[in-house]
Design a protein around this ligand. Sequence first.
Ligand code: CA
Length: 497
Amino acid sequence: MNKIYQYIMIGAVAVGLSSCDNDWLDLEPSDSVITNVKTLSDVEFTLNGIYSTMQSSDAYSGRLVYYGDVTGDDMQAVSSTKRTANAYLYGFTKSNAPASYWRIPYEIIQNCNVILKNIDNIPVGDDEKDKLNDYKGQALALRGMTLFDLTKLYGYPYTKDNGASMGACIVTDVLEKDAMPHRSTVAQCYDQILKDLKESTTLLGKKFNKGKLNRWAALTLLSRAYLYHGDNDKALDAAKQAIEGAEDNGYALWTNEEYPTAWANDASKQKPGEVLFEIINLTTDSPGKESLGYLYNPGGYADGCVTVSFYNYLSKDKDDVRLKIINVATKDKYSSSSVYGRAFVNKYQPQQGENVMDANIPLIRLSEAYLNAAEAAAKLTAAGNDHNAEAAEYLHAIVNRANPAKSVDAATTVSVDKVLDERRKELVGEGHRMFDLLRNGKAVERVKASNKALSKTKHTCSDEFMTIGLNNYKIVLPIPLAERNVSHLPNNPGYGE
Ligand code: CA
């Protein structure tokens, strides 16, 4: 039996039609298996199950986010025995790479496919058409997002070879037992990712929808995918639509004053803030101690910390508000001596009354839409199509929010590197850095640096992984052994079959 299929059945079990109320935030898995959806309630429950799967610390409450951080130059594992260490050390081999990086996204995709296969056959009255469209949009956006993440993890950046190399398996139907998916090229994966995300943005609702994807989140994600695909004009257009639409619907960049603590806000329709999509974690429905909140906290597992070079870089401007969400662990603040001399990202702040492990996980922020727009505009300008005024406008919003004494005026030439430097400062700890470097044709350059406050923070990776370029085979993960044993999918080059 094909292993993807086996993984998919596990996913279907986890969804369940168990909950008697509609409180998806607190969904309990059951033994029920959904293979069909016949009503909008079935669709809603299946979507809830997907969000619940995403919430796992093996998925978006942990691993799928920290991977892009600690494989880069701005964050690292605190020591070689930490949970984030294998990713930081590029230590994954053909036999030890966790299957969850592969399994969970395919569980999500399978359940999206159950919805998408059947949703157009659900009879609804005129008053329910918007709801049906929104649900369909969520399923498409979630499938696109998940395939995007699989393609980033298992396929080389599109820009390396125009997507000629092997990517993930594209699965757009509910798989039968005898199905044997094959690996598509990265280019084919992006065609599917962009198709799903684009269609989702025509269907999704426009309003704040707590813990769920709406149109502005999907448009921001679409702009991100266009950047990865090298479609800068489309990336700019999607990001602009996301910004305008989100702000028309009450979202706004956090102010300088709000920034240090806004991460702990429990967003509401009245005050949605700038998080367009987040994983909601609660004390009653917690991902536990393997979650980012606990992993990145010096009072928790203190597993991943910022590098000295990043801290020095951000500290060049002492008035940058983002220094306030870098928590330098000192003796007077923490009892465990193992955390002194290190600094931690404090973006995963628990909501009121919660433990740190219950912190929500923002996955798509309005700040990113601004940075996507600025990057796309700067790239268009560099290619001879002048969008410099727009690049300056969008970059200014982020620069000026970080330090109101700073600005970017329209006369400033905004280089791509200037935008990427700002992106690095704004999105640290949110899973982007390694991918941002590689998709822009840059190597991960880890730097040995010193700072008294971070006296214990040293790079502990081998010299071989102080610089990781596009030709290093370890920039993509190996296909999990369990999968290859059954489905005989080819492994990524360099890992061995
Ligand atoms: Ca929470």
